[in-house]
Ligand binder design. Structure first.
Ligand SMILES: CC(C)(COP(=O)(O)OP(=O)(O)OC[C@H]1O[C@@H](n2cnc3c(N)ncnc32)[C@H](O)[C@@H]1OP(=O)(O)O)[C@@H](O)C(=O)NCCC(=O)NCCS
Length: 169
């Protein structure tokens, strides 16, 4: 498996990442809420926003045939606000195609995000997900993350949990 950060020039990959971000929302929030939460244009713009000179990466995982089977987006949040005194790493989204699940793809993507944060001396990593997302919570749990905060999603009222881990320098 190859992990590849994409760029603004990679329009086909941007489209695919946006489509699969929508698939993620549907899987987590259900067809009605997840499918209508954001337009495809908004989702594509959101992918591009991460690639537009920010401290962020959009990474795809390719299988041996060159097919994209997984993706993740992460960034450094400098405006830490009430969460932390220092900038922290935020893993915004992760998705693995159903046919490629339980093969360690998400584990590789998470390890890359943590490595990238560490390289930039960002020693706190976190993500948000629905409290009912057992696969994702199990993945983060085995990587040493613990719940640090919870609250309802403003759009859907789904109860969300923040999973956080201190990274070892
Ligand atoms: C959550 C998700 C990203 C996991 O991807 P994956 O590539 O299948 O995960 P991995 O193979 O790397 O799993 C690593 C470990 O995580 C845990 N895990 C992953 N999926 C699991 C599941 N369905 N049930 C229980 N534990 C799970 C296990 O500990 C697993 O290790 P194991 O297979 O040796 O038991 C994938 O199921 C997915 O894309 N879900 C839909 C999208 C989503 O919910 N994204 C997050 C939105 S915030």
């Amino acid at each position: 498996m190859l992990l590849r950060p994409i760029s603004l020039a990679d329009t086909a990959a941007i489209d695919l990442v946006a489509e699969r971000t929508r698939a993620t929302l549907i899987e987590v929030e259900g067809e009605d809420a997840g499918g209508t939460m954001y337009s495809m244009d908004w989702l594509r713009d959101r992918v591009r926003w991460h690639l537009d000179g920010r401290a962020a990466e959009v990474v795809v995982a390719e299988d041996a045939n060159g097919d994209i089977v997984g993706q993740t987006i992460y960034r450094i949040e400098s405006d830490a606000g009430a969460h932390s005194a220092a900038p922290f790493g935020l893993i915004s989204t992760t998705y693995v195609a159903p046919k490629a699940r339980r093969l360690g793809v998400a584990q590789h993507l998470l390890a890359r995000a943590e490595f990238w944060f560490r390289e930039r001396h960002v020693l706190l990593s976190s993500t948000w997900t629905s409290e009912t997302n057992r696969p994702l919570i199990a993945l983060y749990d085995r990587n040493g993350y613990a719940e640090s905060e919870r609250g309802p999603n403003q759009l859907t009222q789904t109860m969300m949990v923040r999973l956080t881990k201190a990274l070892i320098p």
